[in-house]
Design a protein around this ligand. Structure first.
Ligand code: FAD
Length: 411
C-alpha cells in the first residue's frame, strides 16, 4: 500500500477544503487533499455572500473567481403574495465587500481546487476516505481509489471538509441531531427565459409561498440565461407536492403566482433532485488531531445562503489555529476555533428560526423608515455575522425581537 505524508491532510476539496489548503500552504505547511469525486462535479449552493469575497482574497483566489464571468450579485430580493422588497448589499452597516457572485458550483469549486493545486496542494481526486485513526500524536487515514486500491495518508493533523459526506462525524461517532425540524428541498437548473421587469438578475429572489409561510423558493440567476430554482419546506408538505421530483417542483411553482408567471417560458431541461434532512450538528467541532470545517460540522439551512460563507470562515479560523499549533504553540481549539465560529453560526441560526416562525419575514416585508436598522439587517444578509459591532450580531435574539415588536405595532 502506498503512503502519502504531509503536515496536514484535508478531507474534501470543496470551498472549505480548497481555502484552508491555500491558507496553510501560504504559511509553509505541506497539504494532502483527499477528494472522493472528479471535478467538475455538481454541488448545490450557488448564491454566495459578499463576506466570502474577503475569505477568497485572503486565500489568493479572488482574481480567478472575478475573471470567470459569474453572475454579479449585489443583494437579495423577497416576494410574498404580491409584496416585494429588496436589500442592496452596498448599503450595509459592516465594512467590507458589498457585492459577490451567483455561481454554478461545478465551475466555482473547480476554480478553487485548481488554485489550491497551483499553490502547492496535492489533491487526490477519486479517493474516498474510509477509515481513520487520529490522536494528539498524528493521524492515519485510509482512502480507497475507484479501482479499489488502498492508500494511506499520514499527517500531524486532519481537517475534515467533506461537507455532507461528514466523514469524521460518521467514523468517530460525533454526529448529533440538529435542533431544526427535518426539511426537504427539491431543485434543479433551468433555462429561465425570464423577461420580466420585476426580476433583477443581480439578486437572488426568495419567494414565500402565499399561505404556507414556512415554504419558500429560491431563484438564483446565472450569467448564461440559466438559473438555479428550488423549493424548501417541511418534509410532509414537500412530499404532498407529488410523486416525481419534477412534478413536485412544477406544482410548487404553480402555487406562487408571481414566480409562476415569471417562469412561464422556463425550460426544465435538467433532472430535478431532492435532498432532505440536511441540517446537521456535531458533539464537538475539534478534538486531538482534528477539526471539522464547513458542512462537516454544523449545517443550518439554505435560506440565507450562509453555507459557503460559514465553510470559508471555518477554514480561516482553523488555518490560524493550526499554523500556530504546528509551530509549537499550544492552541485552545475550543476558545480559538469552535466558540468564535459558533458565534456567527448562532447569529444565522437566530435569523433562520425567526424566518420559519414568520418573525423575520414580518421584518423583511415591513417598510421601515429606520435606514440604520435596515443597514444592520442587510449586513447579516450579506454574511457579516461575525461583526460584533453590529447590535444584531452581538445581541441577535434580543434586537430581533424588539424589531419584531416595532414592526407589529407599525402594521
Ligand atoms: P462541500 O462543498 O460539500 O465539499 C465537500 C467535498 O468533500 C465534496 O467535494 C465531496 O465530494 C468531498 N467528500 C465527501 N465525502 C468524502 C470522502 N469520504 N472522502 C473524500 N472526499 C469526500 N450555501 C450557500 O452558500 N449558498 C446557497 O445558495 C446554498 N444553497 C443550498 C441549498 C440547499 C438545498 C442545501 C442543502 C445547501 C445549500 N447551501 C448553500 C449550502 C452549501 O451547499 C454548503 O454549505 C457548502 O457547499 C459547504 O461547503 P464545504 O466545503 O463544507 O462542503
Amino acid at each position: 500500500m502506498s503512503e502519502m505524508i504531509a503536515d496536514v491532510t484535508v478531507i474534501g476539496a470543496g470551498p472549505a477544503g480548497a481555502v484552508v489548503s491555500a491558507l496553510l500552504l501560504q504559511r509553509g505547511w505541506s497539504v494532502n487533499v483527499i477528494e472522493s469525486q472528479k471535478f467538475p462535479r455538481f454541488s448545490i449552493g450557488e448564491s454566495l455572500l459578499p463576506q466570502c469575497m474577503e475569505f477568497l482574497a485572503h486565500a489568493k483566489m479572488l482574481k480567478p473567481v472575478q475573471a470567470a464571468g459569474f453572475q454579479f450579485k449585489n443583494g437579495a430580493a423577497f416576494e410574498w403574495a404580491g409584496k416585494r422588497t429588496a436589500f442592496d448589499f452596498g448599503d450595509k452597516f459592516s465594512s467590507g465587500p458589498g457585492t459577490t457572485f451567483q455561481v454554478e458550483r461545478a465551475s466555482f469549486d473547480k476554480i478553487l481546487a485548481e488554485e489550491a493545486l497551483n499553490q502547492g496542494a496535492n489533491i487526490y481526486f477519486e479517493h474516498a476516505v474510509c477509515d481513520v485513526e487520529i490522536g494528539a500524536e498524528g493521524a492515519r487515514l485510509l482512502a480507497k481509489t475507484k479501482c479499489g486500491n488502498k492508500v494511506l495518508f499520514t499527517s500531524r493533523f486532519v481537517l475534515d471538509a467533506s461537507g455532507f459526506g461528514r466523514v469524521l462525524p460518521r467514523l468517530m461517532n460525533l454526529d448529533r441531531p440538529s435542533s431544526f425540524p427535518v426539511r426537504e428541498s427539491v431543485f434543479t437548473h433551468v433555462q429561465d427565459n425570464i423577461d420580466s421587469k420585476n426580476f433583477d438578475r443581480n439578486k437572488i429572489l426568495i419567494t414565500v409561498h402565499p399561505y404556507e409561510r414556512d415554504i419558500w423558493y429560491w431563484l438564483i440567476p446565472f450569467s448564461n440565461g440559466r438559473a438555479s430554482l428550488g423549493v424548501v419546506g417541511d418534509c410532509k408538505k414537500i412530499a404532498a407536492l407529488g410523486d416525481m421530483p419534477e412534478q413536485m417542483l412544477r406544482n410548487a411553482v404553480d402555487m406562487a403566482p408571481e414566480l409562476s408567471h415569471m417562469l412561464g417560458d422556463a425550460l426544465f431541461d435538467t433532472a430535478v433532485q431532492r435532498i432532505s434532512g440536511y441540517a446537521s450538528d456535531v458533539s464537538t467541532l475539534s478534538g486531538p488531531g482534528f477539526a471539522l470545517l464547513g458542512n462537516a460540522g454544523e449545517f443550518l439551512d439554505p435560506v440565507f445562503s450562509s453555507g459557503v460563507t460559514i465553510a470559508m470562515k471555518s477554514a480561516e479560523l482553523a488555518a490560524d489555529c493550526l499554523d500556530r499549533q504546528l509551530s509549537g504553540v499550544e492552541v485552545d481549539w475550543q476558545q480559538e476555533f469552535s466558540i468564535p465560529l459558533k458565534h456567527g453560526v448562532d447569529v444565522f441560526k437566530t435569523f433562520v428560526n425567526a424566518w420559519y416562525d414568520g418573525r423575520f419575514q414580518d421584518v423583511i416585508f415591513y417598510q421601515t423608515e429606520r435606514q440604520d436598522v435596515k443597514r444592520m439587517i442587510c449586513s447579516i444578509l450579506a454574511g457579516y455575522a461575525w461583526d460584533t459591532r453590529n447590535p444584531f450580531v452581538s445581541s441577535a435574539e434580543r434586537r430581533l425581537n424588539t424589531l419584531v415588536e416595532i414592526c407589529s405595532a407599525g402594521r
